[in-house]
Design a protein around this ligand. Structure first.
Ligand SMILES: [Zn+2]
Ligand SMILES: [Zn+2]
Length: 266
């Protein structure tokens, strides 16, 4: 079984704390064959990308670690690119300036540079928030550069954690089909983000039914990531994620080198 954790944050992310070397050692201890380091590059309407993340330092350090861990752990240079539509020029410039292996396209901020994390769901219609969220995902999938769409059900985490709401996704089937059609036509994929397995919602983002729908639509490109910001959360849920996608009918996970997908049997 090939084990790859394709969503990890280091201390370079605004919300990360861990040294890359510590992450690599821990990943080896946990039996990982490969990791992708995907720090946050959230795009804001009015901020140069260089003010969000120290990319030069980050990628220099990854280069050093690649050498250090050669033959023991495959390390990929990635990014979690948040809402490129907030400032398409900055997003494009960043991707031109750095040669990466892997890009997660995520939506954290639906509009006005405000993270869904900051929403007060008591005062909001959860269905309306999710409608807006999936529309933003569709726009991202249609018009921007990425390899997989990240955590498709991100707002559900906070709806559940704060209000105990488990949003029924059945009414969104058509929207998911539209999203998957675009993703598949462009040769892109989705990620299964396993961080929710360690949180009160106790499910992956997206959950099994949506992963099955992606498969049914013809989806093949799929990555699994722990989205760990702390070493104790690193990679521990990757095996569960693989079991889940196997249940959905997948026989391969996807890894990336210089933005090209490589399929590994699970
Ligand atoms: Zn994210
Ligand atoms: Zn993340």
């Amino acid at each position: 079984m090939y084990l790859a954790d394709y969503h990890i944050h280091t201390r370079y992310s605004f919300d990360g704390v861990e040294r890359i070397e510590d992450i690599c050692n821990k990943a080896i201890e946990l039996g990982m064959d490969e990791i992708a380091l995907t720090d946050h590059m959230d795009i804001f309407s009015n901020k140069p990308y260089g003010d969000v993340l120290d990319c030069r330092q980050l990628y220099n350090e990854i280069d050093q670690m690649k050498e250090k861990f050669e033959g023991r752990l495959t390390i990929r240079k990635g990014i979690e690119l948040g809402q490129p539509q907030a400032n398409p020029v900055e997003a494009k410039q960043f991707l031109q300036d750095y040669t990466l292996d892997f890009v997660i396209g995520s939506i954290h901020n639906i509009r006005d540079d405000v993270d869904v994390y900051e929403y007060d769901f008591k005062k909001l219609d959860c269905n309306k928030v999710y409608e807006d969220y999936i529309e933003a995902l569709i726009e991202l999938a249609m018009n921007y550069d990425f390899d997989v769409v990240g955590h498709l059900t991100y707002p559900l985490r906070y709806m559940f954690q704060r209000e105990g709401v488990r949003l029924n996704l059945d009414p969104y089937e058509d929207r998911f089909r539209k999203l998957f059609k675009i993703v598949i036509q462009r040769g892109k994929g989705i990620e299964v983000n396993t961080s929710g397995l360690l949180q009160s919602m106790n499910e992956t983002m997206p959950s099994l039914s949506v992963i099955k729908l992606y498969k049914e639509c013809g989806g093949e490109v799929i990555t699994i990531g722990s989205d760990a910001h702390r070493i104790e959360h690193l990679s521990t849920t990757i095996r569960q994620g693989q079991d889940l996608i196997r249940e959905a009918g997948f026989e391969y996970i996807t890894t990336f080198e210089e933005r090209k997908p490589i399929f590994k049997k699970i």
